[in-house]
Design a binder for this molecule. Structure first.
Ligand SMILES: Nc1ncnc2c1ncn2[C@@H]1O[C@H](COP(=O)(O)OP(=O)(O)O)[C@@H](O)[C@H]1O
Ligand SMILES: O=c1ccn([C@@H]2O[C@H](COP(=O)(O)OP(=O)(O)O)[C@@H](O)[C@H]2O)c(=O)[nH]1
Length: 240
């Protein structure tokens, strides 16, 4: 059988923490994480190199902690630790599904996970391992979307895939405005000028400056990740 032609060679996949909740109120839903790992396994079988940045919103968000009077930086460190828990769960599920996954953390917790070292991450990717980047950027006041942009640029990914709760970028937040319509593609400058809330401005600006396109698509839609990897019409492309 001839190899399938993919649209991308090396991918940075940003998975929202909330994607792991499934229908639960918080935490990690077993069936949901297995389904997501199944989809990841399917695209790695196509021969693409894949790294993941995982969020933490299913366990803790710094903004929420800050809003109830906690010191914002402390709350953000808690948020980053939440992403480490998700990363461990994700890598464990991947390893059980027959993939070889490695977690690398932006914060040193050496008894638990290895630290992020760029050449090591590149080596793992070249070996066909899935690298799960934990603890975001390692800095408070940032998001895991910005971590995805940063790690995506560092590893030379050819696209950042944002797998989220909505199926693309809309003219307004579709959860609040039912009349909002979806863009097929939109430039970074327009997305930033229109202040479209799908990603924070820091993440957008970093990807724009590095000429790293972003594809936004739904994590709930079965087969969407594969379709994106094959370059089929799915979600919204944010381009330079
Ligand atoms: N213009 C927009 N287009 C699409 N989604 C938007 C837009 N503005 C705000 N959103 C909201 O952004 C959310 C995704 O962002 P975020 O909560 O940061 O996701 P994640 O948890 O995947 O990082 C969507 O659930 C959607 O409700
Ligand atoms: O570089 C980073 C990445 C994340 N966080 C904290 O970790 C939380 C979880 O990440 P995020 O909200 O981006 O997760 P997601 O929305 O993807 O579930 C954030 O709210 C922040 O408090 C941070 O401080 N710095």
């Amino acid at each position: 059988m001839a190899p399938v032609q993919t649209a991308h060679h090396r991918i940075l996949l940003k998975l929202s923490g909330e994607a792991l909740m499934g229908d639960d109120a918080y935490g990690i839903n077993h069936a949901t994480i297995q389904r997501i790992v199944g989809e990841i396994a399917e695209v790695t079988r196509l021969g693409v190199e894949l790294a993941v940045v995982i969020g933490g919103g299913n366990i803790f968000r710094g903004v929420a902690g800050g809003s109830v009077g906690m010191d914002r930086a402390t709350a953000d460190y808690m948020g980053m630790l939440a992403t480490v828990m998700n990363a461990l769960a994700l890598a464990d599920t991947m390893n059980k599904a027959g993939l070889t996954a490695r977690v690398m953390s932006a914060i040193a917790i050496e008894q638990v996970v290895e630290p992020y070292v760029r050449p090591k991450a590149l080596q793992y990717l070249e070996e066909g391992k899935v690298v799960v980047f934990a603890a975001g950027t390692g800095n408070p006041f940032f998001t895991t979307d910005t971590a995805a942009a940063l790690r995506g640029a560092e590893i030379g990914a050819d696209v950042v895939l944002k797998a989220t709760k909505v199926d693309g970028v809309y003219t307004a937040d579709p959860k609040k405005d039912p009349t909002a319509t979806r863009y097929h593609r939109i430039s970074f400058d327009e997305a930033m000028a229109r202040n479209l809330g799908i990603m924070d401005a820091t993440a957008f600006a970093l990807c724009r400056d590095q000429k790293l396109p972003i594809k936004v698509f739904s994590i709930f839609k079965a087969g969407a990740l594969r379709r994106v990897v094959l370059g089929e019409d799915e979600g919204t492309l944010v381009h330079v």
